[in-house]
Design a binder for this molecule. Sequence first.
Ligand SMILES: C[S@@+](CC[C@H](N)C(=O)[O-])C[C@H]1O[C@@H](n2cnc3c(N)ncnc32)[C@H](O)[C@@H]1O
Length: 227
Amino acid sequence: MSLFFDDVYFSKEGGWEESRYVFLEGNRINIALLNETSKPITIGELGFGTGLNFFMTLYHWMETKSPPSLQYNTLEGFPLPRETLHSLNLSFPDKDLWTEFLLESYTIQLQKWKEGSQNQSWDIQFSHPNGKEKFDLRLYFGDVADCLDLFPMVDYWYLDGFSPSKNPKMWSEETLSKIRSHSRLGTRLATFTAAGFIRRNLEGLGFTIQKQKGFGKKREMITGILL
Ligand SMILES: C[S@@+](CC[C@H](N)C(=O)[O-])C[C@H]1O[C@@H](n2cnc3c(N)ncnc32)[C@H](O)[C@@H]1O
């Protein structure tokens, strides 16, 4: 729970499954990963938070037999401290998430950012068990208004920046138009929200938007594709 934004990082009930349903399946990445011949995949996430979406994607990628290489670009303006990240492990005890190595590496880079270092990102690479493909995580520390400019062109967006009513900046026209300028034909997006003005603004930028059934008891969510 974020006291500042008065909203949750992820749902206590089925957080892992919800992340998978909304972002991985909502974007059809599970299908794209089965296409062994496809070129590397680039994901862009708004709001790294606890890293749950990242770990869910990494797990799925690791479990796929021969997936394309994947670049996971994400950003975070209010990075969580080591102790809070570590507590994600307690929420999902059957999974190997924040190892000591990852926590240490994140903490060092976060400290450098806090001290005003030029290097704004935490970069780490994972190898697939088959020894061939790579999964590259790049986490930019800083505000969405600055970090999105540093993103490469993205194939799949995870729009996970708290609800639009609680955090309008993550859904502002400026943010959405930067999402558009870092998208190409065929780029998909998925988000848990179905707010009417978000749908309309994304449509105004050229995305074809679909309302879908939300996870569990949630009524709706939206997905989109740039055509
Ligand atoms: C719903 S949480 C993300 C949950 C996350 N994807 C996870 O898997 O745990 C939204 C995140 O957006 C971040 N955030 C909110 N406003 C921001 C801004 N203006 N710039 C950068 N990050 C922001 C928050 O700090 C929070 O971590």
